[in-house]
Design a protein around this ligand. Sequence first.
Ligand code: 5AD
Ligand code: SF4
Length: 491
Amino acid sequence: MSMTRGEGSLFDFDKMDLSQEPPQAEPARQYYFMAKCRKWVENFKQENGRIPTSCVTTFGCQMNARDSEKLRGILREIGYAEGTEDEADFVIYNTCTVRENANTRVYGRLGQLKPRKKKNPHMMIGLCGCMMQELEVVEKLKKSYRFVDIIFGTHNIYKFAELLSTRLESERMVIDIWRDTDKIVENLPNQRKYGFKSGVNIMFGCNNFCSYCIVPYVRGRERSRDPQAIVEEIKRLTADGVSEVMLLGQNVNSYGKTLDTPMTFAGLLQEIEKIDGLYRIRFMTSHPKDLSDELIEVMGNSKKICKHLHLPVQSGSTDILTKMNRRYTKEQYLGLVERIRKAVPDISLTTDIIVGFPGETEADFEETLDVVRRVQYDSAFTFIYSKRTGTPAAVMENQVPKEVIKNRFDRLLKEVQSIAAKACAVHEGTVQEVLVEDICGHDPKMVTGRLSNNLLVHFYGGKELIGAYVDVLLKECRGFYYIGEMKGTAL
Ligand code: 5AD
Ligand code: SF4
């Protein structure tokens, strides 16, 4: 991890009276348990002459990445030091279950942890996240993975300290999974990966029920955070050095519908735009059916919203889209793209595509290729359809044979890559403002910055540039990133 930042604790642990019953109200209750776990860490230090280490490993999407930052924040308050996965005393896997292979990876990694736990008597293993919301997963863990210490789900991540405290007192496997929740607990600690940018949850859950997707079952019903709480969090973040935020939600375009005083996503963006010290606003994910003209207008007029829109199409065939329960047609999607391009001409568009949904014919697949060619995506995430038990698509007839899917997948990937390389090359020779994010992974004399349109550029520079906005000449396009040259510090 290159840099770690966090928002400070709201409670004074030294003044907490642990002989009293824990408070009922949140987040005070969790700070009480953090204080209890701190005592345990103190004992550990005295007995072992070292600080216990922890490591949170994230599988899946940005929503999970943000949840992991919350877990790290709690661990920091408790007094754990950060370690690497192969040596930490406490390893936590924040899991994903969107496709079958996400689950397979977790079981594989767990198998590797078992012998380590035998060697290290202090070692603990925690599992949380989307995969834990599946009943059969927890049954399997209870039966065949008894060495796991703590299991919790997506709805009660805020209770991490309480669950850890229970585990430390009971020495037994602690399992706490909720089916759903309407609760949002604010003001818990947080440990950001980057000092200058941060994800910000604006809503949780999903009500769309696309027929292939497990997310509504594991992340529960849609709940929006109070706009005031979002704005205040972003103000705190900017005061702490953040200049770019990524607003996170399963379907940000339906933000605010469930609030007591309903508010649109476009309205929320306008409030966020007013925050001083904030320079870039990103968001994901957008569902095409809910993307309003109001939002397009706000994007067109904004100085801070980045020139990038991730707009999952999933399939180009209206027939398949109907079976997927996406609630838009191919023509409606293309019409939307046209309106967006008109309002924001230099926008970069990216997408998600599923190949091999049940009943997908060659003609359906050709429609997907047609959309890819017409939209000219800057990049696309392509997925092989994965059958998720419990979703309507899992029991649909005409599941597509593996060889057919593989052939379509390869053809799609080729098309996507050649279009993306062309789309990327368009900016070659221009000077663009980038936010420097890190030392370049390939060459330590270079740094990596991100353009407003989400593309990356590597150029010569030192680590003092991290977090700064710099003007960079995009000298050479290398498919999906650039090699550039710094032209001056913009900010
Ligand atoms: N199989 C394959 N891909 C899926 N996705 C969601 N569910 C499935 C599934 N069952 C993809 C969608 C979504 C992205 C996050 O994952 O394209 O947009
Ligand atoms: Fe995976 Fe979906 Fe959960 Fe994200 S919300 S971690 S993509 S299952």
